[in-house]
Ligand binder design. Sequence first.
Ligand SMILES: Nc1ncnc2c1ncn2[C@@H]1O[C@H](COP(=O)(O)OP(=O)(O)OP(=O)(O)O)[C@@H](O)[C@H]1O
Ligand SMILES: Cc1cn([C@H]2C[C@H](O)[C@@H](COP(=O)(O)O)O2)c(=O)[nH]c1=O
Length: 189
Amino acid sequence: MLIAIEGIDGSGKTTLAKELKKWLENEKKKKVLLTAEPFTEEISKLIQEEGWKDPVTLTLLFSADRGVHVNWIMKQNQYDIIVTDRYYYSTIAYQAAMGIDKNWIIEVNKFFPKPELTLLLDIPAEIAITRIKKDDKFNFKEKLSLLQKVRENYLEIAKNENSIKIINSTKTFEEVLSEAKNYVEELIS
Ligand SMILES: Nc1ncnc2c1ncn2[C@@H]1O[C@H](COP(=O)(O)OP(=O)(O)OP(=O)(O)O)[C@@H](O)[C@H]1O
Ligand SMILES: Cc1cn([C@H]2C[C@H](O)[C@@H](COP(=O)(O)O)O2)c(=O)[nH]c1=O
């Protein structure tokens, strides 16, 4: 079972992913693998060196990275649940915000398995930006207008996809976690 956690930078994905894993392991006795994208060191390096110069290259690099990630996930048979911090909705939301055609991004990513559940942490970019650490490795993060567009794209994608559940991430972390647990509970029970 694949669960994706999505949202703009600083929306709380990594914090939620870690706490969900603890809860699933301790309370639900599930074997959980926590993973994240970008996945490979090599492609992350290329993204940093080359990708940001050109959104087409960036789309292809993130998608190629996902191919390697998915192949690796397929071999992790010992787990009940795989939780990934970012998946293909990130490429649709971010690279479309950079001007790439959404349908082309969907086409490039169409062979990857669809997550059974995606938790979309929704938060205004103005608030998320105050939570982003200054030493983050990708350099466009401070660009408020881009993150605003990424947020709009995520909400648009969610309108047409029942498996994406929107959680208001301006709430306290305890509230966010509780809502996320309810969605996961529905899925595993
Ligand atoms: N609901 C919340 N309320 C307030 N602060 C939060 C909440 N959730 C997470 N945070 C804090 O916000 C910061 C960013 O969280 P986190 O690193 O989990 O976000 P992220 O979405 O993974 O970010 P990025 O995409 O930039 O890696 C952290 O300091 C975290 O403790
Ligand atoms: C998978 C993916 C990621 N991005 C962007 C989104 C973030 O700004 C960075 C990843 O940083 P994180 O702190 O590790 O979440 O990359 C993207 O633009 N497109 C993608 O497909």
